[in-house]
Design a protein around this ligand. Structure first.
Ligand code: ADP
Ligand code: MG
Length: 334
């Protein structure tokens, strides 16, 4: 974006609400690059996620809410590593320099940036189809990051928060006829909007689980699909891990239970995605400690299953029957 590019950057991105002081940020926006220093005993944790209009969010999404979602889903990856936010960069592509849109977008960004003390330290602003690419940087005590690869047979599988709200929110955003219309009051719609655009990401949970959890990831594609990543990463030569999940234990919000038909609930909660809750594996001897740490933070923490030494994910259904997950069948609902 040539004309007025620098003025736009200065007004909406290189400004105090987003470039506030943070220890370890030596240089923010304005030069050819930013400078971070990594304190002794810490490691830098880096992750990036691009969100494209029409693919990841509706074309006419509210820019104030959209900005929050873009930064939150990136910060969720830091949570899943047990890292604390340090700073972020933003590469944004815009069809036109719409000032009202930019004003609301930068305000949304600053709400989340300030809440998580994660300033904007640089980026790139270009003309093109609407797309937002954020890179987050975080710090973790050296050697203590939470990885996907430490789970063992016998470990308990927990999730934070509740599952399925964001998937139900997507049904709501797309006016899916499966949603129980009678249950859709303004409060419910507000809850769905919040679940989709302002997920309650789990930075504090991730930090508190360092040294306790054997494997962690954040649930972005649905528990079934993401748990498989933990199983793949944790299986070693000669051992293939699997899991047993109990559909009856899945934590679901009241709003979700009121508005999603009972026969669709487990399926949507397991495969819908966009939860940004943590899936946490815990060795049996550390379960009490893990539960206590989450209780101290008042974060719902629910055991939903167990890691097994047998390949595949088996699901105990609500009707008590036990069945292997039919991937083909489940993929239709993703
Ligand atoms: P370059 O000449 O290196 O391409 P740019 O014109 O892209 O520099 O950016 C100039 C300065 O503005 C850089 O410090 C860059 O980090 C910052 N900047 C550009 N776009 C953004 C943005 N969307 N958010 C934050 N900082 C930005
Ligand atoms: Mg540039």
């Amino acid at each position: 974006m040539a004309q007025g590019e620098f003025e736009l950057i200065r007004r909406y991105f290189a400004q105090p609400a987003l470039n506030f002081y943070k220890n370890s940020v030596q240089l923010g926006p304005g030069d050819d690059a930013a400078i971070l220093s990594v304190p002794a005993g810490k490691q830098l944790v880096v992750s990036t996620d691009a969100l494209n209009s029409a693919v990841h969010f509706p074309v006419d999404a509210d820019p104030f809410l959209l900005a929050q979602r873009c930064l939150l889903v990136n910060l969720s990856d830091l949570a899943a590593m047990g890292a604390e936010p340090l700073a972020f960069t933003l590469a944004i592509s815009l069809p036109e320099p719409d000032e009202a849109w930019l004003e609301a977008f930068s305000r949304g960004l600053s709400v989340v940036a300030q809440a998580y003390q994660c300033p904007l330290i640089g980026g790139d602003t270009t003309r093109g189809p609407l797309s937002v690419c954020i890179q987050v940087h975080g710090l973790v005590p050296a050697g203590q990051a939470l990885l996907r690869r430490g789970a063992k047979a016998g470990d308990a599988i927990y999730v934070t928060g509740e599952l399925g709200d964001a998937a139900a929110a997507l049904w709501w955003l797309m006016s899916d006829p499966r949603l129980n219309q009678r249950a859709l009051s303004r409060d419910v719609e507000q809850a769905f909007k919040q679940a989709f655009y302002q997920p309650d990401i789990r930075i504090n949970a991730g930090s508190a689980l360092r040294g306790i959890a054997s494997a962690v990831l954040d649930i972005s594609d649905g528990l079934i699909s993401d748990l498989q990543h933990i199983l793949d990463a944790s299986s070693k030569l000669g051992t293939t891990l699997g899991a047993e999940l109990d559909a009856r234990l899945l934590p679901m919000s009241e709003v979700f239970k009121d508005s999603v038909p009972p026969q669709e609930q487990a399926k949507l909660a397991l495969t819908g995605g966009d939860d940004y809750e943590l899936c946490v594996c815990v060795p049996p001897l550390l379960e009490t400690e893990a539960r206590a740490a989450m209780a101290l933070l008042a974060i719902p923490f629910t055991r939903v299953g167990t890691i097994t030494g047998e390949a595949g994910i088996r699901l105990h259904s609500a009707d008590g029957s036990e069945q292997p997950i039919d991937w083909q069948g489940y993929n239709h609902f993703v």
